[in-house]
Design a protein around this ligand. Structure first.
Ligand SMILES: Cc1cc2nc3c(=O)[nH]c(=O)nc-3n(C[C@H](O)[C@H](O)[C@H](O)COP(=O)(O)O)c2cc1C
Length: 221
């Protein structure tokens, strides 16, 4: 199984999302011998922002200029990593009710016409279709506040998981059942609700490994 692990917390050693991702991978390696992991740390090596050369190059039908080629180099590299992966893990804190800027910059780099999506007006009001398919996505989140889920008291200001869900087709995740999410809440409250939320998330990892592995093996063989 080929895994791309994308980390975006600036918290480093104290980060809950980095720890969830690392523990998940440790458990997965116990269950499957052939695991190849590509680590992408967006904090240590931030993606560039989209520029006018980037856009011109991405939509160009001619041979790219040197500037356009350079502007698209990281995008090409990121897309290659996604193409190679069976499972993509994203570790993301909630920052200002959404994703960290480095993660948004990465999504901007990997959403590329003809590479990760196609656009055709003959499809009517929904002209975008994914290019990639068959991938699984596992998202680990952490937030200081709580109840961002559907029906929760902060549902309307949750711009993290709903945003990522609306971008999954760029990653080749086209079936809802291939999207997995584990979140820790209450981090800033440091009370028993936080302890419960954290313990539940870590305790669920083994079950999640089994679920993802079984599904992966059934599909492969
Ligand atoms: C810059 C910054 C912005 C944050 N914004 C929010 C927020 O809008 N809502 C929230 O619930 N928690 C917010 N938090 C708290 C983090 O989501 C929380 O500390 C989480 O555990 C961070 O993830 P990590 O442990 O993986 O680093 C913020 C933290 C930081 C550092």
């Amino acid at each position: 199984m080929k895994i791309l692990s994308v980390q975006s917390s600036a918290g480093m050693e104290r980060s809950l999302t980095r720890k969830l991702s690392a523990d998940f991978l440790d458990l997965l390696k116990l269950g499957l011998q052939q695991v190849e992991i590509e680590e992408l740390d967006l904090v240590k090596c931030p993606p560039p922002f989209v520029t006018s050369e980037w856009i011109a190059g991405a939509f160009s039908k001619k041979e790219l200029t040197e500037l356009q080629r350079k502007a698209l180099a990281r995008s090409d590299e990121f897309i290659g990593q996604i193409e190679a992966a069976d499972l993509i893990i994203i570790g993301t804190p909630m920052y200002n009710y959404g994703m960290p800027a480095v993660l948004k910059a990465w999504f901007d780099q990997i959403a590329r016409i003809s590479k990760t999506f196609s656009f055709d007006l003959s499809r009517g009001d929904f002209p975008i279709e994914p290019v990639l398919s068959g991938k699984k996505l596992l998202v680990f989140t952490a937030s200081g506040e709580f109840e961002f889920q559907k029906g929760g008291i902060r549902e309307s200001i949750n711009h993290l998981v709903p945003h990522i869900k609306s971008l999954t087709h760029f990653l080749g995740v086209t079936d809802e059942k291939d999207f997995y999410h584990v979140g820790i809440e209450y981090q800033e409250f440091k009370d028993e609700r936080y302890e419960r939320s954290k313990n539940e998330a870590f305790a669920n990892l083994a079950k999640l490994v089994d679920e993802i592995l079984i599904d992966f093996l059934i599909r492969k063989y």
